[in-house]
Design a protein around this ligand. Structure first.
Ligand SMILES: [Zn+2]
Length: 417
C-alpha cells in the first residue's frame, strides 16, 4: 500500500506553473518540523475548462520534485473522478478521489439493504469511541436511513475502485472516497455506517471526505457555527479510529477536508483536535493558488497589473456565466463588487490587498476574491498571453504562492512538533 503519511496536503495548480513554489512551502514546513506529503490534485472539470491534460499535472509535479531534490513521497490526485472520467487519469495519477455524491439518496436493492442491516444491527445502542469520552447513539431508524441514503453510493465507489485496481494493480495507488459535494452534511453516526459499508465493499480507503456542517465556500473563510464544527470534527476523527479498530480498513485511514483552504476560523479547532487525539489529516486547498498568481501579477505594477485588471473587468461582464457552475460554493453580493472603471484607477498594492486573504487588511474584499476565484476561465482564454506573464513575473508570484501555503495554511492547520 502506498504511504501517504500522517499529514498530507492537496495543492491545486490550475495552470501548472506553481508546483515548485508549492513544494518549496512544504520543504520549509519540513525544516520547521512538520512532515507533509504533497498531493497535486486537479479535477476533470478543471482540466476541461483550461483544456489541460492529466499528463501535464504529472509532468509538472515530477519536474518540481526533481528540481528541488524532494526525497519524500508525493502524489498526483485524479480529483473527483467517476466511472465516466477515471480512465483519462490511469497513466498519470497514483491517487484517486472517487466521487459518489451523485449516488447519495438513490434507493439500494432490497437484498443489499437487508444484508447491510443484518451486518450492522449489532451496533444499535450507545457506541463508545476510542481515546475519549465521546460516543455516538445509534437507533434502528438511524441505521436504516444510513443504508437507504448511502449504500448505493458506496456500492458505486466499489465498482469504480475495482476498475482502477484492475487497470493499475492492487496497492499501486491511494484511494479516497468523497461525499462532500452534496447538500446535506453526514452526521458522525451516518459516517460510521458509511465506513462499515466501505469495509464490506473491500475498498482499501486511505482518506475519506465527508460533508461537514457549515459552508465551505471557495477561497474564503468558513461560514457556520465553529463550536458545532469542532464537535463534529472530533467525533468524525474518533469514528474513523473506531472503524479502523473493528472493520477491515487500512490502519492509516484518515479524514480529508475538501475546499479546506482559507477556512481560518476552523483551523485552530482542527489543529487542537489533531494534537489531542494524535490523528492524521489530508486537507485539500480549493485551487486558490491561481489567485496568488493574480496577486503576484498585480504587485508587479507593470503590464502584469494591467492583465489582472483586464481579467477582472472581463469577469465582471460575464458574472452569471462564471458564477453559475459554482453557485452552491460561493456567496457573492454583487453590490460589493467594485466597478471595473474604479479598479482601472488602482495601483498594484491596492489590487493585491483587495484580493489577498488577509482579514486584518481593510482593503480585503471577499466578494472581489470569490469573483476572481471563479474567473480562471478568462485567464485560460488569454492563452499564451497569460502563460507568458506567469513566466515573466515568476518570482513575484512564487513569493505569494509560498507564503500563502506556509504562513496562512500549514502553520495554522498542522501541529508543529
Ligand atoms: Zn471536493
Amino acid at each position: 500500500m502506498k504511504n501517504l503519511g500522517k499529514y498530507s496536503m492537496g495543492i491545486g495548480d490550475r495552470f501548472g506553473h506553481q508546483a515548485e513554489a508549492q513544494l518549496s512551502a512544504i520543504i520549509k514546513a519540513k525544516e520547521l518540523g512538520v512532515d507533509i506529503t504533497p498531493v497535486w490534485n486537479k479535477s476533470y472539470r478543471e482540466h476541461q475548462i483550461i483544456h489541460s491534460q492529466p499528463s501535464n499535472t504529472r509532468f509538472k509535479a515530477d519536474e518540481a520534485v526533481k528540481r528541488l531534490n524532494w526525497k519524500g513521497n508525493y502524489f498526483v490526485d485524479a480529483d473527483h473522478i467517476g466511472m465516466d472520467t477515471v480512465e483519462l487519469f490511469i497513466d498519470s495519477s497514483d491517487f484517486y478521489t472517487i466521487d459518489v455524491a451523485d449516488s447519495i439518496g438513490i434507493s439500494p436493492e432490497n437484498d443489499d439493504l437487508e444484508k447491510f442491516l443484518s451486518e450492522n444491527k449489532k451496533f444499535i445502542g450507545e457506541l463508545d469511541l476510542p481515546n475519549s469520552s465521546l460516543k455516538i447513539i445509534v437507533t434502528e431508524k438511524i441505521l436504516e436511513n444510513a443504508g437507504k441514503k448511502y449504500l448505493t453510493a458506496i456500492k458505486q465507489a466499489g465498482k469504480i475502485y475495482r476498475k482502477i485496481e484492475q487497470l493499475k494493480g492492487k496497492g499501486n495507488f491511494v484511494t479516497e472516497v468523497s461525499m462532500d459535494e452534496t447538500d446535506e452534511p453526514q452526521s458522525p453516526s451516518e459516517f460510521f455506517f458509511i465506513l462499515s459499508a466501505i469495509a464490506s465493499e473491500k475498498i482499501p480507503v486511505q482518506t475519506i471526505a465527508p460533508k461537514f456542517s457549515g459552508r465551505f465556500n471557495k477561497g474564503v473563510d468558513y461560514v457556520g457555527d465553529v463550536e458545532r464544527f469542532k464537535k463534529e470534527f472530533e467525533l468524525d476523527l474518533m469514528v474513523i479510529a473506531k472503524a479502523v479498530e473493528i472493520f477491515d480498513l487500512p490502519k492509516d485511514l484518515k479524514l480529508s477536508v475538501h475546499s479546506g483552504s482559507d477556512k481560518f476560523s476552523i483551523y485552530k479547532p482542527i489543529k487542537d483536535a489533531l494534537k489531542k487525539f494524535n490523528e492524521g489529516l489530508h486537507i485539500k486547498t480549493a485551487g486558490t493558488t491561481w489567485l496568488e498568481e493574480l496577486i503576484g501579477l498585480a504587485a508587479s505594477e507593470g503590464d502584469g497589473l494591467e492583465m489582472a485588471k483586464e481579467i477582472y473587468s472581463k469577469a465582471f461582464e460575464r458574472f452569471d456565466e462564471l458564477c453559475g457552475p459554482y453557485k452552491t460554493v460561493i456567496d457573492i453580493d454583487s453590490k460589493f463588487l467594485p466597478l471595473p472603471d474604479e479598479v482601472k484607477g488602482w495601483n498594484g498594492a491596492k489590487f493585491a490587498q483587495t484580493l489577498r486573504h488577509d482579514l486584518s487588511n481593510e482593503n480585503y474584499n471577499k466578494h472581489f476574491r470569490q469573483m476572481l476565484h471563479v474567473s480562471y476561465k478568462i485567464a485560460a482564454e488569454l492563452g499564451d498571453r497569460y502563460i507568458d506573464a506567469l513566466i515573466k513575473y515568476k518570482e513575484q508570484i512564487a513569493v505569494n504562492v509560498e507564503e500563502n501555503i506556509l504562513e496562512r495554511h500549514i502553520k495554522r492547520i498542522f501541529p508543529l512538533e
